[in-house]
Design a binder for this molecule. Structure first.
Ligand code: HT7
Ligand code: ZN
Length: 874
C-alpha cells in the first residue's frame, strides 16, 4: 500500500470532453462500452494518457479508430498507460464486469436483484478505464440496455432523451447530462422500482419533475423524503439564491449501501434508512435524519457538483460546507430560537462524542489532510463535522450577510471548476475585505485546541479582564502547532442572571465575539458594575475545549440563567461530568458512591420549568455519554464508567420520581403522530423521563414502560419503551422483544433497530452477540445489518465490549477480518473502534494490542483496514 501526498498533486495529462457510455446490463456479465474524446491538457508536462481501472476485464481498446495491440499500451497494476499520444484523441474501450460478484458496494453492483452504482470516491474505475479523478470533468451520455421484465426502470444522470424496445425482451434508455461532471458523480440504476412523483414550481417559474423511487411496498413511506426535498429546494433558493439547474431530480432508495446517500448529479442514491418513513416504522430521530440527508445531498448540487474538488485532499471543501448548509437548513426548518439551539446542542454532542476522540487518536488528521493511503478512510467526522465548524466560524467572523457575499463570489469565480479549500477561503476573505490567512491553520493543523480562560474583576476600576490562552496537543506528524484564529463569543452575567451590556468599542451588546489569534491575549471589559459570571464560547463559537475554573455556584447560575441556551446546557453538562468522572474514579478504586442534592435540585428546576421548550429540557437533562466520560478520564475503566452513569440515572429516577412522572403525563402527544420539532421534543422529554423512572429501583417505571410499549401508536414511543425495558433488565423485556420482532419482521429498517437495541443491552456479552448473528435475519453482507449488531456492540456497549477476558476484542478481530473479505470500506469503519486503545487500563490494553496485531499480521488485508490498524499500532 502506498501513501499519497497532497503536495504531489499534478494536473491531469489529458482532459476528457465527452463520454458516451453503453451498458449491456447482466448480473453475471455486463459489457461496458466507453467512447471518450480527450484533449491534451496544456497545463500538464506528461506526454501520454493515463487511465485508472480496477477489477474489470479489458476486451478491446481503440485509439482514433485503430485497434491497439498489447504493445501499444501497458497495464501497470491499476493504471493503463498509452505513451506518446496525439493532442486530440478518441478512445473506445470495451470492458467486462460481473456486478453480482461485487460485494464491496462500490462501482456497479447488485442489491436485491437490482443494479446500482456508487462511484465516490474511486468506484468509477471499476466500471470502465477512465482518468478517475475529480479535476477531470466531462459531459456524459449514457445508453442503458437491460431485460425489460426484470429491470423495467432505467435511470441515469440528467435528462431522458429516448427510450424504447430492443425486440429481444430487452429495452433501452438514453440519458444525457447537460452539465460537465467528474466521474465520481456518475450513476445508473436498473431496477424494478416504483416512484412517488410531483411537479414542483421553481423560483424562476420552471417546473421540475421530482421523483422518489423505492421498491414496491414502500410507497407508503416516501412522503417525508419528498417533502424534505421540496423544502430543500425552496430553502436554497431563499437563503443562498441557488436554484435547481435540472428539469428532473431523482432520489432512489437502496437497501445495501456503504454510507448515508450519494449526490450523483440529478440521480441521488440513498440508503433506505434516509428515505423510508411513516409513523409505524420510523422514529423522530429517523425523520430528522431524512430531512438532514435529503437536504445535504440536494445542497451538494451546488456545493460539490457545480463547484467540485480539485483532488480528494480537498474533500472538506464540499463536505464541510455542505454539512454546514444542511445544519442551517434543519435549524431554519424548526424556525424558533430554542429549536435552533437544540440542533446546535446536538451538533456539539456529535463533535464531542466522535470528532474530539478522532482528533486525539491515531487517525487524527487536519480538515484538509496531507496524506492518505485509502481515501475512503477520510470520509470522517473531522472532514465533515469539524469541516462544518470551520465554515461556521467563518460565518461568525464575517457575519451572515458577509457569508452570503462570500458564497456569491465563490460561485461567480468557480462555477464549473474543480477547486481547493484555499479558493473557498479566498472568496470569503475577498468578498468581506477580511484577512483569513491565519485562519488557514484550521485546515492544516489537526487536533482540538484547548482554550484556557482566566478572569479578573477590578471592583474599583469596574473592569473585567479576561485572559485567553491557547494550545493544541501534538497529533501524528504534527508536534508543534501555531496559534489558531479562534472566535470566542462571550457574555457576562450579573448576579440577577441578566446579561450585562458590554460597553467597550466593538464589544457592544450582550455577546461579544473576541478574536483570539495569539498564544495568549487579554480582553478588557469596562463599565462592569459587579463581579460577572462569564459565559464563554457561546453557541459553541469554535470547536475547542474551554478550560475555566468554574465553581459549582457559577455553573448553577449559568444553568439557571444564561441567555445563551447552548451555554446553559453546557453548564449542566459540566456539573454532570464533574460528578460522573468523580464517581467513575471512585468505583474504579472501590470507593463509596453518593450524589449531592445540589445536582439533583438543579436537574429538578430545569425539568419542571414549563417556560422552557421540552426539547431543550430533554437536552439539559441528558447525561454525557459513556464515551464522553471516557475521554475525560486519565485511564479508562469502561465498567466503572457504566456503573457510575447508571448510578446517577437511578438516583435521578428515584429522587425526581414525582416530577418525572408528572412531566411524563404532561408531555403526552395524543392524536395523530407528527414529526414536527415541538411534538418530537415533547416525546423526547417524556421518553427521557420514562428512561430515568425505569432506571430507579422500584417497579413503577418498568410498569409505565410496559404500558407504553403495549399502547404505542408510533415507533418513537414503541422503541423508547422497549429500550427502557431492556436497559432496566425487566422481566418483560424478552417477551416484548419477541412481539416486536413478530410485528415488524418484514420491515428491514425496524429489524435493524431490533438488533441494535439488543447489541447495546447491559447483559449482552459476546456470546449473546454470536447467538444473534445466527438469527435468520442477520446478514453480515448488508452494511445496515452489520452496523445494527456488530458495530452497535463494539461501539455502543463499552462495558461488555471491553470485557476483562478480552473476548470482545477477539470478536472484533474476527469480524473485521470477515468483513474485509466482503466489503473493505465497512470493515475499516469497524476497525476504528480500537483507535483509543492506549487509554485503557493496562490489562485491557494488552488484549487490545494483541487483537490489533492479529489483524495487522494478515497478508491478505485491504488497504482500508491496513491503514487503520497500522496507524493504531504505530
Ligand atoms: N459524498 C457522499 C460520500 C459517499 C461515499 C464515499 C465513499 C464511499 C461510499 C460513499 N457513499 C457516499 C456522501 C455525502 O457526503 O453526501
Ligand atoms: Zn456530503
Amino acid at each position: 500500500s502506498q501513501t499519497i501526498y497532497r503536495n504531489d498533486y499534478t494536473p491531469p495529462s489529458y482532459l476528457v470532453e465527452t463520454v458516451e457510455l453503453g451498458f449491456d446490463l447482466d448480473p453475471a456479465r455486463t459489457i461496458v462500452a466507453n467512447r471518450m474524446t480527450m484533449r491534451r491538457n496544456p497545463g500538464s508536462k506528461r506526454a501520454g494518457i493515463e487511465l485508472h481501472g480496477e477489477n474489470i476485464e479489458l476486451v478491446a481498446l481503440r485509439m482514433n479508430g485503430k485497434l491497439l495491440g498489447k504493445r501499444d499500451y501497458r497495464i501497470d497494476g491499476r493504471l493503463l498507460r498509452i505513451p506518446n499520444t496525439p493532442d486530440d484523441v478518441t478512445l473506445e474501450i470495451e470492458t467486462l464486469t460481473a456486478p453480482e460478484k461485487n460485494t464491496t458496494l462500490s462501482g456497479l453492483y447488485v442489491s436485491n436483484g437490482n443494479f446500482f452504482t456508487q462511484c465516490e470516491a474511486e468506484g468509477f474505475r471499476s466500471i470502465t478505464f477512465f482518468p478517475d479523478r475529480p479535476d477531470v470533468m466531462a459531459k456524459f451520455t449514457v445508453m442503458l440496455r437491460a431485460d425489460k421484465e426484470k429491470y423495467p426502470v432505467l435511470l441515469s444522470n440528467g435528462n431522458l432523451v429516448e427510450e424504447g424496445e430492443l425486440g429481444d425482451g430487452r429495452h433501452f434508455a438514453l440519458w444525457e447530462d447537460p452539465f460537465k461532471k467528474p466521474s465520481y458523480l456518475f450513476a445508473l440504476v436498473a431496477a424494478r422500482l416504483v416512484c412517488q412523483e410531483e411537479r414542483f414550481r421553481l423560483k424562476d417559474g420552471r417546473d421540475a419533475l421530482l421523483q422518489v423511487w423505492v421498491e414496491e411496498g414502500n410507497l407508503d413511506k416516501t412522503d417525508y423524503a419528498m417533502q424534505s426535498l421540496k423544502n430543500s429546494i425552496r430553502w436554497d433558493e431563499e437563503r443562498f439564491g441557488l436554484e435547481l439547474d435540472l428539469d428532473r431530480f431523482m432520489i432512489v432508495a437502496v437497501g445495501d449501501f456503504n454510507m448515508g446517500a450519494m449526490e450523483n448529479k440529478g440521480l441521488n442514491i440513498f440508503n433506505t434508512k434516509f428515505v423510508l418513513a411513516n409513523p409505524r416504522v420510523a422514529t423522530d430521530v429517523d425523520y430528522a435524519g431524512i430531512e438532514a440527508v435529503v437536504g445535504h445531498e440536494y445542497f451538494h448540487n451546488w456545493t460539490g457538483n457545480r463547484v467540485t474538488c480539485r483532488d480528494w485532499f480537498q474533500l472538506s471543501l464540499k463536505e464541510g460546507l455542505t454539512v454546514f448548509r444542511d445544519q442551517e437548513f434543519s435549524a431554519d426548518m424548526i424556525g424558533t430560537d430554542s429549536g435552533r439551539a437544540v440542533t446546535r446542542i446536538d451538533q456539539v454532542r456529535t463533535l464531542r462524542q466522535a470528532q474530539f476522540p478522532e482528533d486525539a487518536g491515531p487517525m487524527a488528521h487536519p480538515v484538509r489532510p496531507d496524506s492518505f493511503v485509502e481515501i475512503n478512510n477520510f470520509y470522517t467526522v473531522t472532514v465533515y463535522e469539524k469541516g462544518a465548524e470551520v465554515v461556521r466560524m467563518i460565518q461568525t467572523l464575517v457575519g451572515r450577510e458577509g457569508f452570503r457575499k462570500g458564497m456569491d463570489l465563490y460561485f461567480e469565480r468557480h462555477d464549473g471548476q474543480a477547486v481547493t479549500c484555499d479558493d473557498f477561503r479566498a472568496a470569503m476573505a475577498d468578498a468581506n475585505g477580511r484577512d483569513l490567512n491565519q485562519f488557514e491553520r484550521w485546515y492544516s493543523q489537526a487536533g482540538t485546541p484547548v482554550v484556557g480562560a482566566v478572569g479578573r474583576y477590578d471592583a474599583e476600576a469596574k473592569t473585567f479582564d479576561l485572559t485567553l490562552s491557547q494550545s493544541c496537543p501534538p497529533t501524528p506528524g504534527q508536534t508543534d502547532k501555531l496559534p489558531f484564529h479562534i472566535p470566542v463569543a462571550v457574555g457576562l452575567l450579573g448576579a440577577d442572571g441578566n446579561d450585562m451590556q458590554l460597553g467597550q468599542g466593538g464589544l457592544k451588546g450582550a455577546t461579544a465575539v473576541l478574536e483570539l489569534t495569539e498564544q495568549s491575549q487579554t480582553f478588557s471589559f469596562t463599565g462592569v458594575l459587579e463581579a460577572p459570571t462569564p459565559s464563554m464560547l457561546r453557541d459553541f463559537s469554535a470547536p475547542v475545549v474551554l478550560e475555566y475554573a468554574y465553581t459549582d455556584d457559577e455553573l448553577l447560575h449559568l444553568f439557571s440563567h444564561d441567555s445563551d441556551p447552548v451555554n446553559r446546557w453546557e453548564a449542566g453538562q459540566r456539573l454532570a461530568m464533574a460528578r460522573l468522572s468523580r464517581l467513575a474514579g471512585a468505583l474504579a478504586n472501590g470507593g463509596k458512591l453518593d450524589l449531592d442534592d445540589t445536582f439533583i435540585d438543579a436537574m429538578r428546576k430545569i425539568l419542571v420549568d414549563a417556560t422552557l421548550d421540552p426539547a431543550f429540557r430533554e437536552q439539559a437533562l441528558l447525561l454525557p455519554s459513556e464515551t464522553m466520560i471516557a475521554e475525560k478520564m486519565g485511564v479508562v475503566n469502561p465498567q466503572a464508567i457504566h456503573a457510575a452513569r447508571q448510578f446517577v440515572r437511578a438516583c435521578i429516577g428515584a429522587c425526581l420520581r414525582a416530577e418525572l412522572t408528572s412531566q411524563y403525563h404532561a408531555n403526552l402527544t395524543p392524536g395523530q403522530y407528527s414529526p414536527d420539532a415541538l411534538s418530537a421534543g415533547r416525546r423526547g422529554l417524556k421518553n427521557l423521563a420514562l428512561s430515568y423512572l425505569a432506571a430507579a429501583p422500584d417497579a413503577d417505571g418498568v410498569n409505565l414502560a410496559q404500558a407504553q410499549f403495549d399502547g404505542a401508536d408510533n415507533m418513537t414511543d414503541r422503541v423508547a419503551a422497549l429500550v427502557a425495558l431492556i436497559q432496566a433488565r425487566a422481566d418483560a423485556a424478552p417477551a416484548a422483544l419477541h412481539d416486536f420482532y413478530q410485528d415488524f419482521k418484514n420491515e428491514a429498517l425496524v429489524i435493524d433497530k431490533w438488533f441494535s437495541m439488543q447489541a447495546a443491552a447491559p447483559d449482552t456479552d459476546v456470546k449473546a452477540v454470536r447467538a444473534l448473528m445466527q438469527h435468520s435475519a442477520f446478514n453480515l453482507k448488508n452494511p445496515n445489518r452489520a452496523r445494527s449488531l456488530v458495530f452497535s456492540f463494539c461501539g455502543g456497549n463499552p462495558a461488555q465490549f471491553h470485557a476483562i477476558d478480552g473476548s470482545g476484542y477477539a470478536f472484533w478481530a474476527e469480524q473485521v477480518i470477515a468483513l474485509d473479505a466482503i466489503n473493505p470500506q465497512v470493515a475499516s469503519r469497524l476497525a476504528r473502534s480500537m483507535d483509543r486503545w492506549r487509554r485503557y487500563a493496562p490489562a485491557l490494553q494488552l488484549n487490545m494490542k494483541k487483537a490489533l496485531q492479529q489483524v495487522a499480521s494478515l497478508k491478505k488485508l485491504s488497504n482500508d483496514v491496513r491503514e487503520v490498524v497500522s496507524k493504531a499500532l504505530a
